[in-house]
Design a protein around this ligand. Structure first.
Ligand code: HEC
Length: 244
């Protein structure tokens, strides 16, 4: 009886050791699995994404400095329709955007595709990266889970619609004399700018000015500098009259 009970105890000990080992292994495995599947938080990712909004919209087809990131998930790198500023470096990377490729790209864009045009240092924090990646996945799915309110989907909406510029911003004439541009607005104001402080830009999009109707934007608080936006570069030199 004694021998039997001690034998049983031995078996018990062995079994429980094995169980313990199995338990440990299970814990390790589940630990590894959780680490691998550690999904980022799309809501936090949406907040991190503010750093990207200067260059990226998540509205479909809305391209800025960078391509729209709508539908970026599982898309081949460098293939957003109608985005005309991709680098050869990114196009040649052959990457398809998923957790792994996005993690490498966002950690160090210059290392991922040397010579690419996304000139940001990258996101060093792995947690922040996985949050942003989770966000990109959610907005690509276009699901109701999208954490971003509809009003913020268009980053371009923050820019003025130049077609709707009022007379104070519409430019009727520009005269250049020595080192000065004299800008006449449609409301009749005549404003001098030191030639180095007036910039000329074009916006050929549907939000840009109408042909021959340039618009003044971004007149700074000091009033010493501004930008005149034309619909087409060919208009610039014909519009500006040289006269003193
Ligand atoms: C200063 C502007 C700028 C900022 C800020 C920026 N990007 Fe970009 N991004 C670009 C440009 C430009 C490209 C195209 C690069 C190329 O073709 O070499 C690009 C490309 C991408 C692509 C590849 C898209 C495709 O169609 O293949 C992804 C994904 C991306 N950016 C994500 C991000 C995220 C996420 C952030 C914020 C953490 C961010 N970017 C911040 C300018 C920017």
């Amino acid at each position: 009886m004694n021998r039997l009970s001690s034998a049983v105890r031995k078996i018990d000990v062995r079994v429980s050791r094995r169980l313990a080992a199995v338990g440990l292994a299970a814990a390790l495995v589940s630990g590894i699995v959780t680490a691998q599947a550690a999904e980022g938080d799309p809501n936090r990712g949406g907040r991190h994404f503010k750093a990207c909004l200067a260059c990226h919209s998540i509205a479909p087809g809305e391209h800025m400095t960078g391509p729209s990131l709508a539908g970026v998930w599982q898309r081949q790198a460098g293939t957003a329709q109608k985005f005309s500023r991709y680098s050869e470096a990114l196009k040649r990377s052959g990457a398809v955007w998923n957790e792994t490729t996005l993690d490498a790209w966002l950690r160090d864009p210059a290392a991922f595709a040397p010579g690419n045009f996304m000139k940001i240092p990258g996101i060093a924090d792995a947690g922040a990266r996985s949050d942003v990646i989770a966000y990109l996945k959610v907005i690509s799915e276009g699901s109701a889970r999208s954490p971003k309110p509809a009003s913020q989907r268009s980053a371009l909406a923050a820019f003025p619609d130049l077609r709707k510029a009022g007379p104070a911003a519409s430019v009727a004439a520009i005269r250049h004399c020595r080192d000065t541009y004299w800008v006449t607005t449609a409301s009749g104001e005549v404003i001098p700018y030191w030639e180095f402080n007036l910039r000329f830009k074009t916006d050929s999009s549907a939000r840009g000015p109408a042909r021959g109707k340039p618009v003044m934007v971004g007149a700074a608080s000091m009033g010493d500098r501004a930008q005149v936006v034309f619909s087409d570069p060919a208009e610039i030199s014909t519009f500006i009259r040289r006269s003193c």
